[in-house]
Ligand binder design. Structure first.
Ligand SMILES: *Cc1c(COP(=O)(O)O)cnc(C)c1O
Length: 481
């Protein structure tokens, strides 16, 4: 257990104490060249080696991760990341290659990228793939630029509207705006599907693209998807699917078969790279064959036995300096190749069963958003608990005390007191049962002793924070008390 009172390293400092003893200097001392840049007002902590080691070892154990415990963060797929993928990504041929090396010198790396393009094209049914985007949001941006350029090329510059359901991830309207499009909201029905009447009302000759999430952010498969894509196509628009989380579709269905023209997927959600903490990501963009020439570059192609970077004819341009997040591409490649077709399908089947198991076990304690089977995640509402003064955020804090990461809260925005739970395929039944028990315990406690939930967490190094202040005015510099 962490010592809550662990003093900060600066506060442990005692003049003259050292963690290491340096050997005598064997050369002449010289002045630092730019002493004007040295700041006198910041002193470094002076501590012994053992104190130093304990400090950082204790700090490192404050990190919560998928390697330490259950992480049911909906819409963000925190799943088991096979350790072998890390080893493979750190092999010198991958990790130590320089992005400026000529294509002939990095044939193996280009081959890996080419084959990953092929795999993602096959998985999504959209064969034109660019691995360049560095995040899901950048994949969206690239995909929307492709849609715009396509219309421009067809002399339809007027098409500047992106239809986006009100349940969408916040990045969707933001990316649309960055791509110069105007976001127009489409309503969701009480059943959690796209409101077809509203869609038909709003589709017109100025629509560039409909941007939807499938399964929706309510964790539901859109039953009218074929009709929806037809309505848009009949009006000359394109359909974009936000496939950040493919954990319900792998090997089960393909965007390309549903009338979708463009999508992106987050390798740092679905394809094993863990995320959070702002680490590197990768959000490849996939398009139907007829849009391939618009892909961002570099794109990798194979000529004879040679792999080459090239610039597609109508490319929307470059998204970043080099190839994208290469290390993440290696992990995704290893993941997909080691699982194969059957293994990928098993992921989705298990992810869907696990989410439905949780939904079924919790439906008497929490209000469900929909009575239908869910896909890879379930969205519950704490609206009943709110009547006793316990909100979604309180439940999330209490879960921290019980040793679980909080689910996603207050998203999608259209669900009152939303708790979005995604167990993923990689958790055991025992772990999921412990989580269910904790959720039921909290629901019962909300009736008998709500204060205990509202006061949580009490077992963690810090208790309730003023989250608005912590985000707006973070104190990042040590100051003497
Ligand atoms: C995570 C996510 C995104 C954005 O991905 P980033 O890599 O964070 O930019 C977009 N849409 C959905 C549905 C997501 O879950």
């Amino acid at each position: 257990m962490i010592n809550k009172e662990m003093p900060l390293l600066m506060d442990q400092s005692k003049k003259g104490r050292k963690a290491i003893k340096l050997p005598e200097l064997g050369v002449e001392k010289s002045e630092l060249p730019n002493s004007k840049f040295l700041r006198k007002d910041i002193s470094l902590p002076e501590v012994g080696q053992l104190d130093l080691i304990r400090y950082f070892t204790n700090l490192s154990s404050l990190n919560y991760s998928i390697d330490t415990n259950f992480y049911p963060l909906g819409s963000c797929t925190m799943k088991y990341n096979p350790k072998i993928n890390e080893q493979i990504a750190s092999m010198p041929g991958f990790a130590a290659s320089h992005p400026n090396q000529n294509d002939e010198k990095v044939q193996g790396n280009l081959r890996l990228m080419f084959e990953l393009q092929e795999e993602l094209g096959e998985i999504t049914g959209l064969p034109g793939v660019s691995l360049a985007p560095l995040a899901g949001a950048q994949g969206e941006y690239a995909g929307l630029l492709i849609a715009r350029e396509y219309h421009k090329k067809n002399n339809q510059n007027n098409r500047n509207i992106a239809l986006i359901p009100d349940s969408a991830h916040g990045t969707n309207p933001a990316s649309a705006s960055m791509a110069g499009l105007q976001a127009v909201t489409i309503k969701t029905t009480n059943e959690g599907d796209i409101d077809l009447d509203d869609l038909k009302d709003k589709v017109n000759e100025n629509v560039c693209v409909l941007m939807l999430t499938l399964p929706s952010t309510l964790g539901l498969f859109e039953p009218n998807i074929l009709e929806i894509t037809k309505v848009i196509h009949d009006n000359g628009g394109l359909v974009y699917a936000d496939g950040a989380n493919l954990n319900a579709l792998l090997g089960v269905t393909k965007f390309g078969d549903l009338g979708i023209d463009i999508c992106h997927s987050n390798l740092h959600k679905t394809f094993s790279t863990p995320h959070g903490g702002g680490g590197p990501g990768s959000g490849p963009v996939m398009v139907a064959k007829y849009l391939e020439s618009f892909l961002p570059y570099p794109h990798i192609k194979k000529e004879g036995n040679e792999y080459k970077q090239y610039k597609p004819e109508n490319t929307v341009g470059r998204l970043n300096g080099f190839y994208g997040s290469f290390g993440i591409l290696v992990r995704a490649y290893a993941y997909i190749r080691s699982l194969g077709k059957a293994g990928l399908k098993e992921i989705s089947e298990s992810a869907i069963i696990n989410a439905n198991y949780i939904q079924e076990k919790l439906k008497n304690d929490y209000k469900l958003t929909s009575s239908r089977y869910c896909m890879h995640e379930t969205v519950l509402s704490a609206s009943q608990q709110k009547e006793d003064g316990v909100k979604a955020i309180d439940i999330a804090k209490k879960l921290l005390d019980e040793g679980f990461h909080a689910p996603t809260m207050y998203f999608p925005l259209i669900v009152d007191e939303a708790l979005m739970i995604e167990p993923t395929e990689s958790e055991s039944k025992e772990t999921i049962d412990r989580f269910i028990d904790a959720m039921i315990m909290i629901s019962e406690l909300s009736k008998s002793n709500p204060k205990e939930i509202i006061d949580a967490p009490v077992n963690l190094p810090v208790e309730r924070l003023d989250e608005a202040q912590a985000a707006r005015n973070p104190v990042l510099i040590w100051a003497k008390k």
